[in-house]
Design a protein around this ligand. Structure first.
Ligand SMILES: NC(=O)c1ccc[n+]([C@@H]2O[C@H](COP(=O)([O-])OP(=O)(O)OC[C@H]3O[C@@H](n4cnc5c(N)ncnc54)[C@H](O)[C@@H]3O)[C@@H](O)[C@H]2O)c1
Ligand SMILES: [Zn+2]
Length: 362
C-alpha cells in the first residue's frame, strides 16, 4: 500500500509518497521530475552506511550520475562549516541549475541539505527522503531549511520547497524506540491542534505504531502530513495560522535551551511543553480536566516525559520563553487547547498564570 499526497503551494506544489519498501524505488518517483542527470545525495554517517547504497543503486540503474557527500551525525552538522563542505561538493561534482540535491536522513540532513540547495546557484531542486519519524511527519512538509548560529538554532535559513518527498516507513525499523516516541509527539500535537481523529488513531494503535507496523504507520504519517500541508498551504511563509504548530513548543524550546539541547530529544521537551500548555488552559477555564487527562494519559502510555526536571525553576523557564524567537513585540503568544482537535492563539496570558502552570508541572 502506497499513499500519494500533494502539498498545494501553487508553483511550489509537490508530491509526498508514503509507503513501505520504497528505498529501491526512488528513481521511479524522481525520474519524471529530473531536468538533468546529475544528483548529489547528502546523508549522515549512519544513514549513509545503512541506506545510501540502495538509493544510489536505484538512481544509477535509472541512468543518473550520482555523487554523495557525508556529514557527521548530529545537530552540530547544521553549521556553516558543513554547509560549506556541501557547497564544495556541489561545485566539485559540477552540479548545474537543472541538477538535484537529495537529502537522505533525519531532520539535520534535511535542514542542511535543503538550505544548501536553496542557495547553490540561487536555488536548485531538492528532494527529501526522511528517515526519522520526526523528519517524516514534520520537516517533510513546509519547506523550512536552516543551519544554526552559535547564538541560536535555525537562525540562518530559507524557505525552499522540495520537489518530491519519499517516505519509506521501513526505515523506522532501525530507528531507536526513543526516537520513535519523540517523533510521535508531532503527530499527537497535530491531533490536539486540529484533528481529533488522528489523536484517536494514535490512542487506538499505539502498540502497532511502536512495533513499526507498516500499514498503520503509512495511514498515520499520511494523515499527519495532510494536516501539516493544509496549514502550510494557507500560510506558506509563517505569518499567522502556521503558529498553531507551535503548540507545546514555546515551553519546550525554553526547556531545550536551558538544558543545552543535549538532555532531551526535541519531542520529549515538546511533550512536557504540551502537558504544561494544557495545564495552563485548564487553569484558565478554557480546556476541560477530562481532555487534559486524555492528553496526559496518551503521552504517558507513549512513555513521553510530562514534568520539568528538578534542577530548573519556573522563573528560569518563563524567562527563557521570552527569548524564543516566536515572541512578537515582546509578548508571549501561546497556543492553548480548547478541546482535543482545536487550539487558539493567546497573547494576553499573565506571567503569574504561566509561572503557576509551570510550577504545577514539576
Ligand atoms: N525543517 C523543518 O520543518 C523541521 C521540522 C522539525 C525538525 N527540524 C530539524 O530536524 C532536526 C531533528 O531531526 P531528527 O530528529 O530527524 O534528527 P537527526 O537528523 O539528527 O537524526 C537523529 C539520529 O537518528 C539517526 N538516524 C536517522 N535515520 C535513521 C534510521 N532510519 N535508523 C536509525 N537511525 C537513524 C541519525 O543518524 C541521527 O543520529 C533538528 O535540527 C530540527 O531543527 C526541522
Ligand atoms: Zn517540533
Amino acid at each position: 500500500m502506497t499513499r500519494a499526497l500533494r502539498v498545494e503551494l501553487e508553483a511550489n506544489s509537490y508530491p509526498i509518497v508514503v509507503g513501505a519498501g520504497l528505498m529501491n524505488r526512488v528513481s521511479e518517483f524522481l525520474m519524471p521530475l529530473m531536468k538533468s542527470n546529475k544528483v548529489l545525495i547528502v546523508s549522515d554517517a549512519f544513514v549513509k552506511a545503512r541506506y545510501l547504497p540502495i538509493v544510489q543503486r536505484s538512481l544509477t540503474d535509472a541512468g543518473l550520475d550520482v555523487n554523495s557527500v557525508e556529514i557527521p551525525v548530529g545537530e552540530a552538522s547544521k553549521s556553516l562549516a558543513e554547509f560549506s563542505r556541501v557547497q564544495d561538493s556541489l561545485v566539485r561534482h559540477q552540479l548545474d541549475r537543472g541538477s538535484t540535491l537529495i537529502a537522505l536522513g533525519g531532520g539535520v540532513v534535511g535542514d542542511l541539505g535543503g538550505f544548501a540547495a536553496a542557495v547553490y546557484m540561487r536555488g536548485i531542486s531538492y528532494v527529501q527522503i526522511p528517515t526519522t519519524l520526526q523528519a517524516q511527519v514534520d520537516a517533510s512538509v513546509g519547506g523550512k531549511t536552516a543551519i544554526n548560529h552559535p547564538k541560536g538554532k535555525n537562525l540562518i535559513g530559507a524557505f525552499h520547497q522540495p520537489k518530491l518527498v519519499v517516505i519509506d516507513v521501513d526505515t523506522l525499523r532501525t530507528l531507536p524506540q526513543r526516537d520513535i516516541r519523540a517523533g510521535l509527539i508531532e503527530v499527537i500535537k497535530m491531533g490536539v491542534i486540529r484533528d481529533e481523529r488522528l489523536f484517536e488513531m494514535v490512542e487506538e494503535n499505539l502498540e502497532a505504531i511502536l512495533n513499526i507496523e507498516a500499514a498503520t504507520l503509512i495511514e498515520m504519517i499520511s494523515r499527519a502530513c495532510v494536516n501539516k500541508a493544509e496549514i502550510v498551504a494557507k500560510d506558506e511563509k509563517e505569518s499567522g495560522l502556521r503558529m498553531v504548530l507551535n503548540y507545546g513548543h514555546t515551553f519546550g524550546h525554553a526547556l531545550e535551551a536551558l538544558t543545552h539541547y543535549n538532555r532531551y530529544r526535541h519531542g520529549e521537551a515538546v511533550s512536557i511543553g504540551m502537558n504544561c500548555a494544557a495545564r495552563l488552559a485548564v487553569n484558565l477555564g478554557m480546556f476541560s480536566e477530562t481532555d487534559f487527562q486524555r492528553q496526559r494519559s496518551l503521552l504517558k502510555r507513549a512513555k513521553l516525559p510530562l514534568t520539568f526536571p528538578d534542577d530548573l525553576t519556573p522563573e528560569a523557564l518563563c524567562d527563557a520563553m521570552y527569548l524564543d524567537k516566536k515572541t512578537l513585540g515582546g509578548k508571549l503568544r501561546l497556543i492553548l487547547p480548547t478541546r482535543i482537535g482545536e487550539v487558539v492563539i493567546r497573547d494576553d496570558v499573565e506571567d503569574r498564570q504561566i509561572l503557576e502552570a509551570i510550577a504545577q508541572c514539576f
